[in-house]
Design a protein around this ligand. Structure first.
Ligand SMILES: [Zn+2]
Length: 139
């Protein structure tokens, strides 16, 4: 989401923002990262939906606070939608069994080069990307 905001801030229009947001998701998935949602194991679907929902809502609240003063909120939102789309498609594929999303799921899976990394192995890159994004935002 943070990278999506940076892309939105730098983009001239909603289409560029969306495309680069989408590409950024796959690039970031390719990098070694700690996926805390996978680390927090839950044993039933309701708890999983709550976990994903909370992650999304907290992320969106933080993003809205960050972009509050930016005039191009629509462009930023477009980048954000692009950057979240692969995981939204993944959610529909995995939980609602929407089979026509299988090609996106397969590609998404292939892009994840580093799977199930521990906190210590995945956190450095995650931290560098987050701090880099925040740095670019406050520049
Ligand atoms: Zn992903």
């Amino acid at each position: 989401m943070l990278v999506g905001v940076v892309i939105g801030v730098q983009s001239p229009n909603v289409w560029t923002a969306f495309c680069f947001g989408l590409i950024s998701h796959y690039i970031l998935d390719f990098l070694p990262h700690w996926d805390y949602l996978n680390s927090l194991k839950v044993n039933n679907k309701l708890k999983m939906f709550v976990k994903i929902g909370l992650d999304f809502i907290i992320g969106v609240i933080i993003i809205f606070i960050l972009i509050w003063d930016y005039p191009q909120k629509l462009i930023i939102m477009s980048a954000l939608i692009g950057s979240l789309l692969p995981d939204v498609l993944e959610f529909f594929y995995a939980n609602l069994k929407m089979k026509w999303f299988r090609p996106f799921h397969n590609f998404h899976l292939k892009v994840h080069h580093w799977k199930e990394l521990s906190f210590l192995k995945g956190m450095p890159t995650t931290l560098i990307v987050c701090l880099g994004a925040i740095f670019l935002l406050v520049l």
